[in-house]
Design a binder for this molecule. Structure first.
Ligand SMILES: C[S@@+](CC[C@H](N)C(=O)[O-])C[C@H]1O[C@@H](n2cnc3c(N)ncnc32)[C@H](O)[C@@H]1O
Length: 264
């Protein structure tokens, strides 16, 4: 049977793995990043009580959070044991507007009934991501949006152990690839946003001294600007110059794991 690795995943990870999955995101050191991602999702979804389809929901934590926010939401997953965990989470957190279904996202029966769909760390397990996005396109109402939050280039190469141990599919799923697949199945407009990141220091004060980072004086700032401009003129631009000079992200971010928003 195809996708057996995904179907049997919870049994393969044992009791401790299942407990970790059940308690996600709180059980994971990346809890802050997960919650940051969810903050981005909340900023991009239409307001509640929109009807949302959460694809590859796993233990259901995203579905449960969004239900508690007021969404009418269906969480689906190919793994029946994951859906059992998700149902436990629905009961634990009183997320009564969430329902769950065992289903392959590459072949769903929905037509024009959801306002939004979410793939959270799930599309990169697809055998055929274009087919999965086509099924989501059919499930969305006109004007509905699909949001994907996926790992970028290098993920497949870094996942060799998981593939060998569990027989799951692991792929790179950078934004340019998601957009190409989305465009091929009919989505018409696209936006890319950064995923949640570790906190970035913008200001610090030491015990006995000046603030950090110090604000450069006007001559120093002007000299830095002139140096970068001259270098760009003589040697061409680098990614960092592009951001510095024009405030635009370099193309490289389209190879990273990011958030893609696409509209039907
Ligand atoms: C990395 S887990 C992420 C789960 C969840 N979104 C989370 O953040 O905890 C990927 C999930 O996608 C599910 N999945 C993989 N292929 C699928 C398919 N074809 N249809 C539905 N779900 C699938 C897996 O069973 C798994 O639960």
């Amino acid at each position: 049977m195809p996708k057996l690795g995904e179907v049997n995943f919870v049994r393969a990870i044992g009791a401790a793995g299942a407990r970790h999955a059940l308690d996600k995101p709180f059980s994971d050191p990346k809890c802050g990043l997960y919650l940051g991602d969810l903050g981005v999702v909340l900023g991009l979804l239409p307001p509640p009580p929109a009807r949302v389809l959460d694809l590859g929901t796993g233990p259901g934590w995203t579905t449960v959070f969004l239900a508690r926010r007021g969404y009418d939401i269906v969480g689906q997953d190919i793994c029946g044991d994951m859906i059992e965990l998700a149902e436990q989470n629905r009961d634990r957190y009183g997320a009564w507007s969430a329902s769950f279904v065992v289903q392959d996202y590459e072949g769903m029966p929905y037509r024009d009934e959801f306002d939004a769909a979410l793939f959270y760390d799930a599309l990169h397990h697809a055998e055929d991501e274009r087919q999965a996005l086509a099924a989501v396109y059919a499930a969305l109402k006109p004007g509905g949006v699909c949001i994907t939050i996926e790992p970028g280039e290098g993920h497949a190469a870094a996942s060799g152990e998981a593939v060998a141990a569990f027989g799951v599919t692991e792929k790179d799923m950078p934004p340019h690839h998601v957009i190409a697949a989305g465009r091929a199945v009919g989505f018409r407009s696209f936006r890319v946003y950064p995923r949640a990141a570790e906190p970035r220091l913008v200001h610090g004060v030491g015990a006995d001294g000046p603030t950090f980072p110090a604000k450069p004086g006007r001559w120093r700032a002007a000299a830095g600007f002139a140096r970068k401009t001259l270098r760009a003129l003589l040697k061409g631009t680098r990614d960092a110059d592009h951001t510095f000079l024009f405030g635009l992200p370099p193309d490289a971010v389209l190879r990273d794991g990011n958030v893609v928003w696409m509209e039907k």
